[in-house]
Design a protein around this ligand. Structure first.
Ligand SMILES: Cc1ncc(COP(=O)(O)O)c(C=O)c1O
Length: 367
């Protein structure tokens, strides 16, 4: 069976180094907050992204929540985002007591369609929250131009896009603030939960640092209603080890992505079409098929594990029905939900495994 994801293949490469880093934290007695591992990790991650600063937090969802608050979102504000994403994007907006307003995605890039934004702006709109889905950055130039024209903040959901680039600029550096997840399966994954907020705006970063630590300006001086949302030191230590290797792993994903693209073009299914100005980091390699469920079953029979990211768009999820979404609101998003199928994708995917996946897809489509 070709796995959809193989986290152990990566662990085998760094077992000794990461084990020593974890034990160093355990020996040190400093376990939480920006300590001997967390502080340097923040500097190293900011340097990797190309922002002035980064702050570790306890998940990608928290990163989005605190970034929204630090960007000045208050109850009742509207935030324009997409429904073609994991529910966390919407959940974070609701945690800030703001209202998510969904716009459709572009049929080629599957990311926020800038042409849809202006029609969704109302006097209550305060921010735009594009998602760099599957590792491909949204079309940031028009998004930033619309935001500037209307005085809106831009918060990038970079949970799936570590090291992705748009016209040479990395995810998290173009908007006012960027939010990353270090969930284990992410391109940079912790051995537990984790996330980070990146920004070059010192005010945003100062607020984020207070919010993640009970709103404290200094010990027991609570100037904001904050949260217990710090990154723990063991995760920071793991992430520091992994950050050294991420570029090689990203190239591994890109090599697998190119192999899929050349093997699957002309086969009669939709494949990712990253514009030439973007560096896709293939967190997910999704194809499109009108018979997605049939294709998934055939691939399973052929020994290929697949996933779906994501089958039901957020506006059609039961939990978010009170937002008023209904079928037909977002035609491109809804079609993608029906047709997306994610192929095995991880840095260590062997060329022979990628070829076997390609062959299985071709056979399944031809049947
Ligand atoms: C697009 C997107 N946004 C936000 C998140 C939330 O990140 P986390 O699981 O670390 O809270 C995830 C991942 O789970 C995600 O894929």
């Amino acid at each position: 069976m070709i796995p959809f994801l193989d986290l152990k293949a990566q662990y085998r490469q760094i077992k000794d180094e990461v084990g020593a880093a974890i034990m160093k934290v355990v020996d040190s007695g400093a376990y939480v907050g920006a300590g001997p591992e967390g502080k340097p990790f923040e500097a190293e991650f900011a340097a990797y992204c190309g922002t002035k600063d980064a702050a570790g937090v306890n998940s990608g969802t928290t990163a989005l929540h605190l970034a929204l608050l630090a960007a000045g979102i208050v109850p009742g504000d509207e935030v324009i985002t997409v429904a073609a994403t994991f529910v966390a994007t919407t959940a974070a907006i609701l945690y800030a007591n703001a209202k998510p307003v969904f716009v459709d995605v572009d049929p080629v890039t599957w990311t926020m369609d800038p042409a849809r934004i202006e029609a969704a702006i109302t006097p209550k709109t305060k921010a735009i929250l594009p998602v760099h889905l599957h590792g491909l950055m949204a079309d940031m130039d028009p998004i930033m131009a619309i935001a500037a024209k209307h005085g809106l903040k831009v918060i990038e959901d970079c949970a799936q896009a570590h090291g992705a680039e748009y016209k040479g600029r990395r995810a998290g550096t173009i908007g006012h603030v960027g939010c990353f997840s270090f969930y284990p399966g992410k391109n940079l994954g912790a051995y537990g939960e984790g996330g980070a907020i990146v920004s070059s705006d010192p005010e945003i970063m100062q607020t984020v640092r207070m919010l993640r630590d009970w709103g404290q300006a200094k010990k027991y001086d609570h100037v904001l209603k904050g949260f217990n949302a710090r990154l723990d030191e063991i995760q920071a230590a793991v992430l520091r080890v992994k950050l050294k290797y991420i570029e090689g792993w990203t190239e591994g994903r890109r090599t697998a992505g190119s192999r899929y693209a050349s093997g699957l073009s002309g086969v009669g299914i939709g494949i990712p079409c990253p514009p030439a100005d973007r560096r896709h980091v293939y967190h997910v390699y999704a194809i499109r098929s009108p018979d997605r469920d049939g294709l998934q079953a055939k691939l399973q029979d052929a020994g290929v594990s697949t996933g779906i990211h994501y089958p039901v768009p957020v506006h059609l999820q039961k939990a978010y029905a009170d937002l008023g979404g209904k079928a037909g609101d977002l035609p491109v998003t809804e079609a993608l939900g029906r047709e997306w199928l994610s192929l095995p994708m991880f840095a260590e995917l062997e060329p022979a495994q990628a070829d076997a996946v390609i062959a299985a897809v071709k056979t399944a489509v031809a049947r």
